[in-house]
Design a protein around this ligand. Structure first.
Ligand SMILES: O=C(O)COP(=O)(O)O
Length: 243
C-alpha cells in the first residue's frame, strides 16, 4: 500500500463507489410473476395440492425469501434432499419454458444504467438467487452476456442472500481495495440485508420488484428509489457530496 493510500485509509474518508452489485429479477429484469409461477409448478409436481393451506404457506415462504438461493429455498421446504433437488430441477425447466415464451424482459432503463456506471468507471456485477443455468439463460435471452463485468449466482460464492458472500466474492474477483467502495442494488429485503452484512456503503432499494419501501428500509436500505433508472443520479449526487 502506498503512503497516500494508507493516509486515506487512516482518515476514514468516504471512498468513491467503484462497484455496483445489482440484483436481477425485480431490479434489472421483470418476469411478471413467472418466478412464483415456476415455484408453484415445482410444488404441485411434488405432491403439494395447489390451493391447500400447505401450498399457500410454502408459497408464502418463497415470496418472503425472494432473492435467496432457489436451491436453499427448496431445501427448506422439503425435508428430503432428493425431493428438494428434483423440485429445483422442475423450477428451472419451467423457468426455461417461460424464457422461451418471451416472458422475461429488461426493466426500462436498466441496461442504460448499467452502461452509465461502466462508462463512469465503476464495475458492475449482476447477482441472483437463480442457479447458474437459469442465470445464463436469462442473460442470453436478453443479449446481456458481457453487459456487466461479472455475473454471480449463489454456487459461485458459497451461500446466496441474505449472506454477503456474492458481494464479497465480487469484491475479491474485481480486485477492490475496500468494501466501502461497493453499492448494492435490489428489490428485496434479502438484497438489503446482504448489503448491510457485506459492509457496502450504498444500499439502494428499488420499487420495481417484490418488496415495499417500508420492508426495504426495515431491512437496511440506505436509500429507496422508484427504479434502477435513478441510480446514475444517485451515484452522481453521492460523488458530488464527497468531492
Ligand atoms: O427470485 C429470485 O431469487 C431470483 O431472482 P433474483 O435475480 O432477484 O435473485
Amino acid at each position: 500500500m502506498t503512503g497516500d493510500a494508507l493516509t486515506r485509509d487512516a482518515s476514514h474518508t468516504s471512498n468513491r463507489l467503484r462497484l455496483a452489485v445489482v440484483d436481477m429479477v425485480g431490479t434489472t429484469i421483470t418476469d411478471d410473476g413467472r418466478t412464483e409461477r415456476a415455484m408453484s409448478r415445482a410444488l404441485a409436481e411434488h405432491g403439494i395440492e395447489p390451493g391447500s393451506s400447505k401450498f399457500e404457506s410454502m408459497l408464502g415462504y418463497a415470496r418472503d425469501t425472494m432473492g435467496f438461493s432457489k436451491m436453499t429455498v427448496f431445501s427448506h421446504l422439503f425435508d428430503d434432499a432428493e425431493v428438494a433437488a428434483s423440485a429445483n430441477k422442475v423450477f428451472e425447466k419451467a423457468y426455461d419454458e417461460m424464457i422461451d415464451d418471451g416472458g422475461v424482459r429488461a426493466i426500462p432503463g436498466a441496461e442504460d444504467a448499467i452502461l452509465w456506471m461502466r462508462e463512469s468507471g465503476m464495475q458492475v456485477c449482476l447477482a441472483t438467487g437463480f442457479g447458474r443455468h437459469t442465470q445464463n439463460m436469462v442473460l442470453e435471452s436478453l443479449g446481456w452476456m458481457g453487459l456487466a463485468d461479472l455475473s454471480l449466482c449463489p454456487a459461485d460464492a458459497g451461500r446466496g442472500r441474505p449472506y454477503p458472500d456474492m458481494i464479497l466474492t465480487a469484491v475479491l474477483a474485481l480486485d477492490l481495495d475496500d468494501v466501502r467502495e461497493v453499492a448494492v442494488v435490489g428489490d428485496t429485503s434479502s438484497d438489503m440485508l446482504s448489503g448491510i452484512r457485506s459492509g457496502a456503503s450504498l444500499i439502494a432499494g428499488v420499487l420495481t420488484g417484490s418488496h415495499s419501501e417500508a420492508t426495504l428500509r426495515a431491512a437496511g436500505a440506505t436509500v429507496v428509489v422508484d427504479s434502477i433508472k435513478q441510480l446514475p443520479l444517485l451515484v452522481e449526487k453521492r460523488e458530488a457530496r464527497h468531492l
